[in-house]
Design a protein around this ligand. Structure first.
Ligand code: ADP
Length: 484
């Protein structure tokens, strides 16, 4: 790979300020999902290295937590500056191991870095409170303190931003971190560690555990009482498992799990804008995000018009190698993902759906999938209940506001939701009625470092980004002064 800073490409894990091999010498291969070519090898750590990493993070906490907020902020800011300086390199690594088109990868790097910038600033504003006492001789003060050692387990769909979104507020608060990135995309995580080292984080503050033994590593992290907090982004099943495992040591837990986002188009919507919003929300990252529109509900008066205009626009999306000019949809992460999408489409067609575009993988590649549009979808189809995680848009017809709110909420998930309409009364009623942590109104793009990202119901808990994002890494302590 042609990089301005070749040392960004690593083959070792990063623990206690050292680049380390597995003690048994094991390594695993990292592949390019577009053509399955080998990108390199990375150390495949086991539980003994995890225990060393936890001890290192615990020692480092004593140093890092003592620094002033201003000192922590300055190092975070340096880390942000380096991410911007080497943004193109980071994006190349990202496209190579994850597949998303290069401009989109560059967008992720800037989005990821924006959390570091934001929390470098927030670090200085962790204010407590003074509360009027409950007795004449009493004074009450509230402090906010770092929770301690934090474990972060992150997925492959945003190999960069899912790390910075957790780690930046943790480091800003004074915590130290152990990151277990996805085994599909460890290189982006290690490149961030190289820049963290250059930014000047003391040893042990920032650690990356690369491994294919996810369950074992997860157990070692959750069983250890030194780890006070777990932050996880990934599948609902694994999130529930980690929450159960964290119960024995009563860790603080933040979970960002699956979604089943409804995208509603009302009769009074601007259809052109709704089409563009639906494309942005549905086909970003080839449909592999937890906030991607999963069910498009279109009101009967504009149903056929929307399908026609939407299909024409989707047809223009070019599929291919993320490094090629003009490509909008890269490969799915692996063959298993393609099989899942194939199953969801055939189930929908068997149950009466109509295919207006796509519907199959590209014959020359095992992981490229044509953008697909399916109409007349119903709640009996598996794709109405499961997260599709592919470039497939199922469209459902509805009549009334009440009916669509009920249908949209008929899921155990509650992450992102979207709707397009122009009636002010309806906008308030629908926004309040949707049981979701986030609602995009006349927009398909809601992710930003300045707003609280997160879900309700089985989509998880906790919020990432914004002024609320610090809370997940802080404990509240109250001091009661008596005898005054
Ligand atoms: P996805 O389906 O998006 O890959 P996963 O939940 O399987 O979602 O993966 C998200 C992250 O969780 C990855 O880093 C993965 O290695 C890790 N992981 C998977 N299974 C476990 C487990 N049993 N314990 C801890 N981490 C796990």
């Amino acid at each position: 790979m042609d990089l301005k800073l070749p040392s960004l490409l690593k083959d070792k894990a990063y623990i206690n300020g050292e680049w380390v091999e597995a003690s048994n010498g094991q390594k695993f291969t990292v592949y390019n999902p577009f053509d399955q070519s080998e990108l390199g090898y990375v150390a495949d750590l086991g539980t003994s290295e995890v225990s060393n990493a936890i001890d290192a993070a615990n020692q480092a906490f004593k140093v890092w937590n003592k620094k002033t907020a201003g000192e922590r902020s300055a190092i975070l800011r340096k880390w942000f500056d380096l991410q911007i300086e080497y943004a193109e390199d980071l994006a190349k690594i990202l496209t190579a191991e994850q597949g998303k088109p290069f401009p989109e990868a560059l967008g992720e790097i800037k989005y990821g870095a924006s959390f570091v910038e934001w929390f470098a600033e927030e670090a200085k504003r962790v204010y407590g409170d003074v509360i009027p006492g409950h007795g004449e001789d009493k004074r009450i003060v509230v402090l906010k303190q770092a929770v301690g050692v934090v474990a972060a387990i992150t997925p492959w769909n945003f190999p960069n931003a899912m790390i910075t979104r957790k780690v930046a507020p943790a480091l800003a608060a004074g915590c130290t971190v152990l990151i277990k990135p996805s085994e599909e995309t460890p290189l982006s995580a290690l490149a961030l560690a190289e820049l963290a080292e250059r930014a000047g984080f003391p040893k042990g503050v920032f650690n990356i555990i690369t491994s294919t033994n996810a369950a074992e590593i997860g157990k070692a992290l959750t069983d250890n009482p030194i780890v006070r907090k777990l932050s996880f982004t990934g599948s609902t099943a694994v999130g529930k498992q980690l929450m159960r495992q964290s119960a024995d040591t009563v860790k603080k837990v933040s979970l960002e799990l699956g979604g089943n986002a409804p995208f509603i188009v009302f009769d009074d919507a601007d259809i052109e804008e709704a089409v563009q919003g639906a494309i942005a929300s549905k086909y970003r990252n080839a449909g592999q995000t937890c906030v991607c529109a999963n069910r498009l509900y279109v009101q009967e008066g504009v149903y056929e018009e929307f399908i026609e205009k939407f299909t024409l626009e989707v047809e223009k999306l070019k599929v291919g190698n993320g490094f090629d000019e003009g490509v909008m949809i890269g490969p799915l992460i692996n063959k298993k993902a393609v099989e899942k999408v194939n199953h969801l489409i055939s189930d929908a067609l068997d149950k009466g759906a109509r295919l207006t575009l796509g519907g199959k993988s590209d014959s020359d590649s095992h992981t490229l999938y044509q953008p697909t549009v399916i109409c007349d979808a119903t709640s009996e189809m598996d794709l109405s209940r499961q997260e599709i995680f592919g470039p497939v848009a199922p469209i459902f017809k509805f009549k009334t506001d009440e009916e669509v709110i009920e249908a949209a909420n008929h899921t155990e998930y509650g992450l992102a939701s979207y709707f397009y309409g122009n009636n002010m009364r309806r906008i308030w009623k629908v926004a309040e009625g949707l049981e979701y942590g986030m609602v995009g109104i006349n927009t398909g793009m809601i992710s930003t470092a300045v707003a609280p990202f997160g879900g309700i119901k089985e989509s998880g808990n906790g919020r990432e980004g914004s002024k609320y994002g610090m809370d997940d890494y802080l404990e509240i302590k109250y001091l009661c002064f008596g005898g005054i």
